[in-house]
Design a binder for this molecule. Sequence first.
Ligand SMILES: Cc1cc2nc3c(=O)[nH]c(=O)nc-3n(C[C@H](O)[C@H](O)[C@H](O)COP(=O)(O)OP(=O)(O)OC[C@H]3O[C@@H](n4cnc5c(N)ncnc54)[C@H](O)[C@@H]3O)c2cc1C
Length: 489
Amino acid sequence: MTEVVVVGGGPAGSTAAALLAKNGVSVMLLERETFPRYHIGESITYSCRGVLDYVGALEKIEARGYTRKTGVLLRWGQELDWAIDWTAQFGPDVRSWQVDRSDFDKVLLDHAADCGAEIVQQAQVKRVVFEDGRAVGVQWSGPGDSEPKITTADVVIDASGRAGLISAQHFRDRRATEIFRNVAIWGYWDGGELLPDSPAGAINVISSPEGWYWVIPLSGDRFSVGFVTHKSVFTERRKDYASLDDMLAALVQESPTVRDAMAGGKVRPGARVEQDFSYAADSFCGPGHFLVGDAACFLDPLLSTGVHLAVYSGLLSAASVLSIQNGDVSEAEAYAFYESRYRNAYERLFTLVAGFYQKHAGKDRYFELAKALTRDHKELDGGADLAFGEITSGITDLREAKDDTGLGDRPIRESVEQAAARRSKVQDLLSATEQAQQRAEAGLPNTGGDRGRSRVQIDADDLYDAASGLHLVMEPRLGIQRVAVPSVS
Ligand SMILES: Cc1cc2nc3c(=O)[nH]c(=O)nc-3n(C[C@H](O)[C@H](O)[C@H](O)COP(=O)(O)OP(=O)(O)OC[C@H]3O[C@@H](n4cnc5c(N)ncnc54)[C@H](O)[C@@H]3O)c2cc1C
């Protein structure tokens, strides 16, 4: 008897499947491809290291020899080079990797199998089966099947990525954000170099009038180089080039920074392109189902947070399923917990990325925004830039989910008034950056990348809903529970 069916074997699905199987749940994971399969999304946040350690996959990942990532270097807007150096901010243990995703995802999927999940590849799920509004299984075809079959389960976890089986195909409740209707074009170079002040193995993020570039040092002296721009710009510019390779080569030449970085390298043919519209489903879970990773929401890759959101939601969904099974909480409580935690994580990052796209605003403004988005920033020693580093490395989400249990060393819970004050500050900061943008568009330079896009519309009230009183517990066993924690005065 299959208790949980997971659709999709990317980082979100394999994390959920591994954790459920480790905790004695019978899990079947259905993946339409055969791994290893290509995937973009190579720069990994520090938080993933923590989750993969918890899942038990850290040693296997460490053994792969990926580039060791210790931060980010930005050449953004009018700022001089600006490093987020994890070692300097948080110490030598805070690091992650720049990975080959085909390899990384396979290690995680194989690990889910080692934990006891049944993995079926070349398994195309046609639809999730609903009865009276409740997901009760999936209809799918495996290798060699002449007819699709139905597998029933107590819970379906949709980890189908941007394909979005439940949201995009069943409920059709996926909403794209106008400002981030972006397209990415990228390719691979043999050889190249990072900007001089980069932390070891850092991703370089470089703004240009029409968008931004990434330069990622992969293992074996291979570099991933990409450019992200609004769809309208991409469509217009695409007409000028016979091929994607020609277009990417021209884009690299247009940026003196990227041109110089890749001057010693040799490009490999085969540029790729993908729409990377940001979107979120209206609902991240419901009776008998959870949407995890990109199946629920997707954020522009500016801060490299996609895999963080994938493994974080994989962890949260597994905790929710286990606690329903154990009777620790009701189904309704588990759904409220999951919806609130995952949506808060997404919307916080969304707000930060939206502020960041206002390129002229400057890093002090981004730091202020990060600080206002961090619930317990008063407890931090290093000030606002620490808040920015913590959010973008994924630390904040994990700490807030865990520390609220009271098991951490800083049990903190906001009062309603404190939450309202912080939300209002976020709104003020976003308004201030918008006004600055309007002034810049009226005459000051360096606003080209934002021109023609709609204004950022953030409802600050959505950022943090009233606390459900439910919190993630990871020890002695994974789950969610209600803990009474005194509010900070
Ligand atoms: C241009 C670009 C750059 C990015 N850069 C970064 C980055 O640097 N760092 C970062 O962290 N993130 C980055 N991301 C985001 C990252 O790629 C994703 O957020 C991440 O892969 C999400 O993981 P997932 O498990 O939710 O989905 P996926 O990794 O997409 O996995 C979904 C799986 O579901 C399978 N599937 C789909 N439909 C079905 C079906 N019907 N039946 C069976 N199986 C199915 C697919 O084959 C796939 O293997 C980037 C994204 C883009 C577009």
